[in-house]
Design a protein around this ligand. Sequence first.
Ligand code: FAD
Length: 453
Amino acid sequence: LQNGYSKKKQLDVVVVGAGLVGSLEALYLAKRGHRVRLYEYREDIRKTPTARGRSINLALSVRGRRALKDVGLETHMIKEHGIPMTGRRIHRTDGSTYAIPYDANTKQCIYSVGRNYLNGQLLQESEKYENVERYFNHKLLEANLKKGSLTFLKTDTNENVHVTADLIIGADGAFSAVRKAMMKRPFFDFSQKYIEHGYLELCIPADDNGGFQMPPNYLHIWPRGEFMMIALPNQDCSYTVTLFMPFTKFKSLDTEEKLLAFFEKYFPDSIPLIGKEKLVEDFFAESPSPLVAIKCRPYHVEDKALLIGDAAHAVVPFYGQGMNAGFEDCTLLDELFKKHNDNLAEILNEFSETRWKDTFAVSDLAMYNYIEMRDLVTRTSYRLRKAMDDFIFWLLPNFWVPLYNSVTFSTMPYSQCIKNREWQDKVLKRTLSFAGLAAVIGAAVAYKIRYKL
Ligand code: FAD
């Protein structure tokens, strides 16, 4: 076995879902020497590279990078594949743009990575481990979590397959079948919220010379108050453009004329970039997709089953943290495996007890960030606050970490990021009211002196 692992009991783990998080978790467990069987509903993504997942590309930040580093993939994903995005580039309705750097002081950035590419890399890496087996076209039908038994439908032959495991890890996404089995158990809390907005993906192709049509090192945003459009760069010099908007608005754009008039009004500079014909074709080719946020707990059943990734905590995508948080689950889990020396009851219990506060927090942060991205970024108050945050951060980098930096460029627990921001709000409020009070008193004193009262 790899890494000299031989003395401890080898656990037999089934991971359900070979998406981003399940594939990564398989690597972490394989590195610890456990036997991992990875079951995935879809075909092998490496053989169907054009298969559409949810978003085509994703923003990878520090929490995700830390996990990729642990499994030996960070350098490749960052240096050879990822496209650095150093800030937001805001597009006004008159077509002019300006940049808001993510981190003016230390120049940290996030990276645009291809979802399928990253998923393929994680699966490919797992081929290096003899203790990982991959089963594609296997859909989990039901599970007895207490017994550790599962039934899959082999979708290419229509046969049922029964397996048992020491540990079942549900990494089967927002509509998790493992979670469905957990929901039958007492004391399992669950809530889901569909927001009124959906999303639709469009594309800005490369220019005639095969280059980017816009500056590539930014996350481009067209903030329009109630809705917004964003664009992330791809390796082939195209951009994946995502329009987030209320479903009612999508529905109202039911003819080519209405669509083009809408784009002329709100996103005029994007029309020549996307191309009129392509815009119409792509817009009407697919229906907008819904966005759901899911909170649940506990994440485990005794020493037998655990939920991770979107199966445990699907969040709306506006902080670019869904995958990053799922990857962080795997890192934290690995630390618990070390801490508790592979004792599953203790590992799963501690994960469940400690992780929910942070996943609930990132869910709330993601809801908030939609308002920031589509509306607040255009306001003077937002820019003033950002300038103030950046200045104090520059002055006192260890003392004052702005919210976005703490979420994106640090591994501070998400719940702590919120507390930190609340503390900063209080300090600024007090300082400003103190400064305001001092100004009023100063003016009164000056008035008295001036008129010898
Ligand atoms: P999934 O990616 O959903 O994978 C689950 C896997 O389980 C799939 O392969 C599925 O086929 C399989 N499966 C499902 N049911 C079964 C079953 N019954 N049996 C067997 N297998 C099954 N996150 C970021 O960090 N940064 C971003 O910029 C970002 N942008 C996003 C943009 C959009 C529009 C959306 C929708 C999400 C975005 N996210 C982003 C979130 C990110 O996509 C998810 O958090 C991430 O994909 C979660 O990975 P996962 O492996 O837990 O789930």
